[in-house]
Design a protein around this ligand. Sequence first.
Ligand code: TXE
Length: 505
Amino acid sequence: MQDVPKKLKQYQTYIDGQWVDAQSGKSFQSSDPYTGEPWALIPECDARDVDRACEAAWRAFDSGPWPSMTQTARGKVLRKIAGLIEKHADHLARIEVQDNGKLISEMSAQLKYLPEWYYYYGGLADKITGTVVPVDKPDTFTYTLREPVGVCGMIIPWNSPLLLVGWKLAPALAAGCTVVIKPSEFTSASLLEFVKLVIEEAGLPKGVVNVVTGYGAVTGEPLVTHPKVAKVAFTGGSVTGARVASLAAQTFKKVSLELGGKSPNIVFDDCVMEDAVNGAISGIFAATGQTCVAGSRLLVQESIHDRFVEKLLATARTAKLGNPMSFDTQVGPVTTPAQYQKILSYIDIAKGEGAKCVLGGGPADSSVGGGKYFVQPTIFTGVENKMRIAQEEVFGPVLSVIKFKDEEDAIRIANDVIYGLGSGVWTQSVKRATVMARRIRAGTVWVNTYRAVSFTMPFGGYKSSGLGRENGQEAINEYLQTKSVWISTAANSGNPFIMKVAAPQ
Ligand code: TXE
């Protein structure tokens, strides 16, 4: 073990029901994005730890109490997890803020909502059924079983760690899978606290939930390629997502990916302007723009463009930057130094492309935010959809305003990106809302609202925004596979040399 500076909290990771150090004996620091100061030490796992965790998860899947538990009993465990999250929500929210710098108001709300995922999938656990199939053969009884896929590797980003764990873990446990979770190297602490306070207390058999903390290439890749892992569930950037999918393909793992976006938030001239302004602001400045569904392209109908931008600026100017631990802060710091640099470089790119910066446009004065890594809420007008600022994910508080003429023009611009995750439409016309909802190529369309999510509603991407769906009943399918069972009820099996049907070639 390294020497631990006194003020840093040293964490261990959780493998096979035990708290352990990394095999390497090494740890890395986790920093508070507001102060820029390290506050925790996290075990630096490598392929050896991943192997231990995957083998433990396999044993827990293959034998022992978990696979022999009834689906109803598994559902009860999930509901117990939900109750324990309720008990510890405030503490877990504060750990998340300390690690990712998001607002305490947002993380508290997220953590208070999170139990619903475990209640919902706890309820779904004993409603997973196969079917009796009326097969076209005489004297045959055929049915399907819906079985858990096996060990699931889960890779989590830094923006909403425990929420995004829940989107994967709750359906995976309900399906009967076991898991190995790799949190982001920037935000591992909340998952480790969650395991201690919630998973251990809920009494899950050892090996059902394991955590490997560490870096993408050193810890994430061995998890994606491990032979005992049957499924990989990933949330993160598109470049990493493509790498994960190609590695997983080598051993034919099932994969779900929730990736980036460049979501259009479309404002028509028949909108309720105040609502649309609020929707545009929360679409881009909530979570400091570090959300996959950020409404980073604001498409405004040209007939109301100038009036709308004026109102938008009036509201955006009131944004209060500050300490994310304070409940009245409205925009917090950026989570990582790399992300901070990325956002500033995109602001320069937009300026270089000829977009007009009408708000912000650089680092925030540290006396405003009071801490490190603050970017001013930034708005560009005069953006053309072909510009890089309109095509590439910034993942920060940077809004591109793009003019459009009519519905056709709005649809063309909205769909003219590689992504298809979220989208917003602001209109009072039901007809227009319905047409837009059908024609926008994105996994979610919000009409007269933005950024709403629920455990009941499927969530995921079209195009380069991902594969598969999280949330809702559909998500359970990501963790199940179908087995077909054929039982002959015939008096005898007949002549073996006479083929009854064409066999598969
Ligand atoms: O993400 P990465 P980063 C987008 C956003 C952001 C960009 C980069 O645009 O600016 O991605 O962010 C693990 N094999 N989103 O670098 O690399 C990594 O350790 C296996 C959108 O933080 O995707 C972490 O646990 N795993 C997004 C996780 O992948 C690997 C949220 C995400 O990291 C790996 C975050 C590898 N080779 C960023 N390399 C969203 N959809 O919400 C990294 N990882």
